[in-house]
Ligand binder design. Structure first.
Ligand SMILES: Nc1ncnc2c1ncn2[C@@H]1O[C@H](COP(=O)(O)OP(=O)(O)OP(=O)(O)O)[C@@H](O)[C@H]1O
Length: 305
């Protein structure tokens, strides 16, 4: 399949801090690609290098079959970037903010007016275009920020943690927008530390930790390779990690209970139901594997830490 983008051995340090230590991945044209990792893993640095805001110390970046370090100007016309921090003029209306960004992309006159109307509809704020951005919620501001990156109809849209600190309604709206853009053939690159988001949105996923890609593939591949089904048990008297369980691969604390990754689900369930603590059990359930388990199995730490 045709690639929209590929990066190879990207390295970047800020002083002594190694932010990226050889990041390599590629993204298929038309896919939604998720870059998942905890805070400080190197997601924003990767995104900023992709968009030419920050230079890499080493590595190769090819976007739409062009060397991104040489064709930055041309690529800016074909790539949209939504930074992590909201960059809008609070006193200006949504419309005037978008006019400003549109002009930066070289769009003018009637075409710009038309594009602003279209993107306001896309973000569901067509009735609020004339209102000052300072009257908007965080989620609405974020949607305007996304609209600004869509004005020039990019072939690739890069979003850096677009749902941090926003209301569920805006989050759902952003998800719906991404799905529609994807259907229209736009390639999406989406960074987040919320595993649920990549699980529902992304075709392909790369997990980044301490500046390194530690796993990549589609969701099913990652789950099959790195995670097991598990039993979750919660009982106030179960203060120590249960040991000697049939088929247990790994046991760890989660919430107020224990997660037991096991090859023998039924036997593990039965074990608790027949044990002395059975009367005391508050929750006993089979848990489907998730990217949380994948991350834990790769790093020994929880993504939510
Ligand atoms: N301008 C900078 N100067 C110094 N260190 C930086 C700078 N930008 C990032 N870093 C450091 O580089 C590492 C990677 O940061 P980056 O912002 O890329 O991570 P991230 O995965 O996007 O995390 P977050 O969600 O917290 O933004 C972190 O340790 C961060 O503190």
């Amino acid at each position: 399949m045709e690639k929209a983008l590929s990066i190879q051995d990207l390295q970047k340090s800020y002083g002594q801090k190694k932010a990226l230590q050889g990041v390599t991945f590629s993204v298929k044209k038309g896919a939604c690609f998720g870059l998942l990792g905890p805070n400080g893993a190197g997601k924003s640095t990767t995104m900023k290098i992709l968009t030419g805001i920050v230079g890499a110390d080493h590595g190769r970046i090819e976007i739409l079959e062009m060397d991104a370090t040489k064709k930055g100007r041309e690529l800016r016309q074909r790539v949209g970037y939504v930074p992590q921090s909201i960059t809008l003029y609070e006193k200006l209306s949504a419309y005037d903010n978008l006019k400003f960004f549109g002009e930066m992309y070289g769009i003018r006159g009637k075409l710009l007016q038309q594009r602003i109307r279209e993107v306001l509809i896309q973000i569901g704020l067509q009735d609020r275009g004339k209102d000052a951005v300072e009257t908007f919620s965080g989620g609405m501001k974020r949607r305007v920020n996304i609209a600004a990156a869509l004005l020039h109809k990019p072939e690739i849209l890069i979003l850096d943690e677009p749902t941090v600190g926003i209301d569920p309604q805006s989050r759902n709206h952003i998800f719906d927008m991404i799905r529609i853009l994807k259907k229209e053939g736009v390639t999406i690159i989406y960074s987040t530390h919320y595993m649920e988001e990549v699980e529902v949105l992304c075709d392909d996923i790369a997990i980044i930790d301490h500046g390194k890609i530690i796993a990549q593939g589609n969701l099913q591949e990652l789950l099959t390779e790195y995670s097991q089904r598990a039993v979750y048990v919660e009982a106030p008297t179960l203060k120590e990690a249960p040991t000697s369980l049939p088929g247990a691969i790994r046991t760890y604390a989660q919430g107020d209970g224990w997660m037991i990754e096991t090859e023998r689900l039924q036997e593990t369930m039965l074990y608790f139901l027949q044990s002395d603590t059975s009367e005391d059990i508050k929750r006993l359930e089979i848990v489907r594997p998730s990217l949380e388990h994948v991350f834990l199995s790769l790093t020994g730490t929880q993504l939510r830490d």
